[in-house]
Ligand binder design. Structure first.
Ligand SMILES: NC(=O)c1ccc[n+]([C@@H]2O[C@H](COP(=O)([O-])OP(=O)(O)OC[C@H]3O[C@@H](n4cnc5c(N)ncnc54)[C@H](OP(=O)(O)O)[C@@H]3O)[C@@H](O)[C@H]2O)c1
Length: 259
């Protein structure tokens, strides 16, 4: 697909899935706006896109802060005039039982992962609806379908993303604007660098950020509500939703090994 002349905003674009997605959209000719908190890392990520010869805007912004998102929205629209694709990808996780990590961890994950998505969507959806064109891609997780022990706050934020997106999906029917959730399993990124993840058991299988970025690009023109990656995991989600009393104890047992 040719993205020449189209504008893509990506949150969490200085690392991992967001950074790879920015490179893929830039390669397809899109103008890209990169959003994350650390301006230095963001500047480096923007510099790496120079070779694609597309307009790039680096916007330091904490998506959990509504007034910062409003400022970012103004900057992006001043520079590009409109947004065709919004990728809500900024997010983080805290590993540990709720009784240990407490309510603050749940609150901060909800503020970035869920409310960050809501604030950014609030900024750019009205323009898309006016033009009857655009797509919102929300990077959730398979943790939007399974309550995993030691990740209660994270799972709650991802369930919330999926629920919000499902409602929006119905609301947007016939509007010319779409919304698609990308739900990957584990991905090799800086996500697990946080102190809390030292106690997480080691899992051998993980996707590359580039593979997930491919799903993000596909999602930007998909009529589907959710793209689960890898696709085979959709079967596990189907089993969980169809036979929860059978599948939930197995999931609990697999992930309770630690935490
Ligand atoms: N890695 C996995 O196994 C996995 C699996 C499923 C889903 N996901 C989801 O994929 C998304 C991307 O994660 P990743 O694996 O690519 O992690 P990552 O490499 O740690 O990248 C996270 C990005 O989000 C930005 N960010 C974090 N908090 C932010 C905030 N409040 N405001 C703005 N930007 C913020 C970070 O930059 P700054 O710190 O500079 O702000 C960074 O650019 C997340 O939503 C995550 O939940 C990851």
């Amino acid at each position: 697909m040719d993205y020449s002349g189209r504008v893509v905003v990506i949150t969490g674009a200085s690392s991992g899935i967001g950074k790879e997605s920015a490179a893929k959209f830039a390669r397809l000719g899109a103008s890209v706006a990169l959003v994350a908190r650390d301006g230095v890392k963001l500047g480096e990520a923007a510099g790496e896109l120079a070779g694609y010869g597309v307009p790039v805007l680096a916007c330091a912004c904490d998506v959990s802060r509504k007034e910062e998102v409003e400022g970012m929205g103004r900057k992006v629209l001043e520079k590009f005039g409109r947004v065709d694709v919004l990728v809500n990808n900024a997010g983080f996780g805290v590993y540990g039982r709720f009784s240990e990590v407490g309510a603050d961890a749940a609150e901060s994950q909800m503020a970035t992962n869920y409310l960050g998505m809501v604030y950014c969507t609030g900024q750019f959806l009205p323009g898309m609806l006016e033009r009857r064109s655009g797509h919102i891609v929300n990077v959730a997780s398979v943790a939007a379908s399974f309550g995993i022990p030691a990740m209660a706050g994270y799972c709650a934020s991802k369930f919330a993303m999926l629920g919000f997106s499902e409602s929006l999906y119905h609301e947007l029917k016939g509007s010319g604007v779409g919304v698609t959730v990308v739900s990957p399993i584990m991905v090799r990124t800086n996500f697990f660098d946080g102190e809390s993840f030292r106690r997480m058991p080691k899992y051998t299988y993980a996707l590359s950020a580039s593979a997930v970025a491919g799903a993000v690009v596909r999602a930007a023109s998909s009529p589907r509500l959710e793209i689960i990656t890898p696709q085979a995991v959709r079967i596990a989600v189907w089993f969980k939703q169809t036979l929860p009393y059978l599948v939930n104890p197995i999931v609990g047992q697999i992930f309770r090994r630690s935490g």
